[in-house]
Ligand binder design. Structure first.
Ligand code: GDP
Ligand code: IMO
Ligand code: MG
Length: 422
């Protein structure tokens, strides 16, 4: 399979977990390289549902090695809960997980500050997952963060944590929030550190050694292109590079070792949290929510929904260097008479075929649509390209054409089997 970067080409929740699970069949190692437990990646194996937050979705296949890379921010308590949850479901992580010693920690003051800053922003809030992601990456950039390598050295960790809690309690006080108890936090994190210590490793050396031995590495992106800290709809973004470059910096594997980039996108658009969404549409949102679909895997919030936005996916192809497309949730459109695709944005007399950086301007963009006739046939049982209704094939070919990459995978349901290789 060679080394493959998989990224979300929209605003997150594109179905990356499902596609990672499918592609892991051919990979040896699966790596998360950015984000934290703000991510929620859903995989169905048979009727069993798994939601992964920090651990790569590759963990569900026996014999695969999973790595949490240096670019990820790790909430140690969340990670221990996730490991325990998987073990309860019969998935052993023992020999198959490595955690980077230089990955930064998410600590309780990060979560508390995330919450307090959102409250202070009022109607201008970002709508974060409140997992402390922004403040944790903030500490990393300010060079004041604690890392996994600190967590597993009990004496030094105690000292460093004490200083951090003292400092952050001052900030929390200014917000009018309750200060944290060092003793309680320390005890909880000391225990988590003990549980995680056996997994902690120099993952850069591990990955390079594996790669030299001919192992195929799959890089599991979290969030999506328009949540990227540099290329997204700032400030309504997350705090990491969710685009393809993040896979290099977040793992230590250089760009020329990467062989292909797969972009995952839904056959329509969703977004959870605030910020512009040019093709947002209540008709398609109501339809999907009434089907019980499009509720967040991490926070349970109803996702905002809209028509497919080709201006956005074309932009995503450009900044990620997407070679191949995986289009998911095609079955979500099975009942519609008419399906719309946005091919440009318009503001007054001005027309855009790219995503403008001015967030206020983007908020005023009106989509220019082309319409497709719906196929009005269930697609969930299709297993080959020719099983799809001709109108669905026409629609998918058009999405690839306007997005500017090769259609490679089509997903017609949440399970592994509901996958078509084009
Ligand atoms: P991720 O964050 O990109 O991994 O995506 P999420 O797991 O947050 O959200 C995608 C949702 O769509 C999950 O509930 C998946 O089980 C589901 N899903 C993925 N592909 C398909 C598909 O082709 N059809 C249907 N019906 N559901 C899908
Ligand atoms: P996966 O990997 C969808 C969104 C939040 C919010 C913004 C900032 O499952 O696709 P943060 O907590 O990161 O500071 O929130 O980013 N967000 C996601 N939306 N999928 C995700 O991950 C997301 N992770 C963060 O809703 O708008
Ligand atoms: Mg998700």
């Amino acid at each position: 399979m060679a080394n493959t970067i998989l990224v979300g080409a929209q605003w997150g929740d594109e179905g990356k977990g499902k596609i990672i699970d499918v592609l892991t069949g051919e990979a040896d190692v699966v790596v998360r390289t950015q984000g934290g437990n703000n991510a929620g990646h859903t995989v169905f194996i048979g009727k069993q549902k798994y939601v992964l937050h920090l651990i790569p979705s590759g963990i569900l296949r026996k014999g695969k090695v999973c790595v949490i890379g240096n670019g990820v921010v790790i909430d140690p308590i969340g990670l221990v809960d996730e490991i325990n949850g998987l073990e309860k479901l019969g998935i052993k992580v023992d020999d198959s997980l490595f955690i980077s010693e230089t990955a930064h920690l998410v600590l309780p003051y990060h979560r508390e500050l995330d919450e307090q800053r959102e409250i202070l922003k009022g109607k201008n809030k970002i709508g974060t997952t409140k997992r402390g992601i922004g403040p944790a990456y903030g500490d990393k950039a300010a060079r004041t963060g604690l890392r996994m390598i600190d967590l597993i050295k009990p004496k030094a960790f105690e000292e460093k944590l004490k200083a951090k809690i003292k400092e952050n309690n001052e900030i929390l006080k200014a917000f009018g929030a309750k200060p944290l108890s060092f003793a309680k936090v320390h005890e909880a994190y000391r225990r988590a550190g003990e549980k995680l210590a056996p997994f902690v490793a120099n993952t850069v050396i591990y990955l390079h050694t594996a790669n030299r031995r001919g192992k195929d590495i799959l890089f599991e992106g979290a969030q999506g292109t328009f949540l990227d800290i540099d290329h997204g709809t700032y400030p309504f973004v997350t705090s990491s590079n969710t685009t393809a470059g993040g896979a290099c910096t977040g793992s230590g594997i250089p760009p020329h070792r990467m062989d292909r980039v797969v972009g995952v996108m839904k056959a329509y658009t969703t977004r959870v949290g605030e910020g512009p969404l040019p093709t947002e549409n209540s008709e398609i949102a109501d339809m999907l929510h009434n089907m019980g679909r499009e509720f967040g895997a991490t926070t349970g919030r109803a996702r905002r929904c809209g028509w497919f936005d080709a201006v956005a996916t074309r932009h995503a192809t450009m900044v990620n260097g997407i070679d191949e497309l995986a289009v998911t949730n095609v079955d979500g459109l099975d009942t519609l008479d008419r399906i719309r695709v946005c091919v440009a944005y318009r503001v007054g007399k001005q027309q855009f075929d790219y995503v403008p950086n001015d967030i206020d301007l983007l908020g005023r963009c009106e989509p220019v649509y082309i319409d497709f006739v719906g196929w009005k046939t269930p697609t969930t049982n299709a297993r080959k390209w020719k099983d799809l209704p001709p109108r669905a094939r026409t629609y998918l070919e058009a999405l690839a054409e306007v997005t500017g990459a090769r259609l490679s995978i089509v997903s017609v349901g949440p399970s592994r089997e509901q996958t078509i290789f084009v």
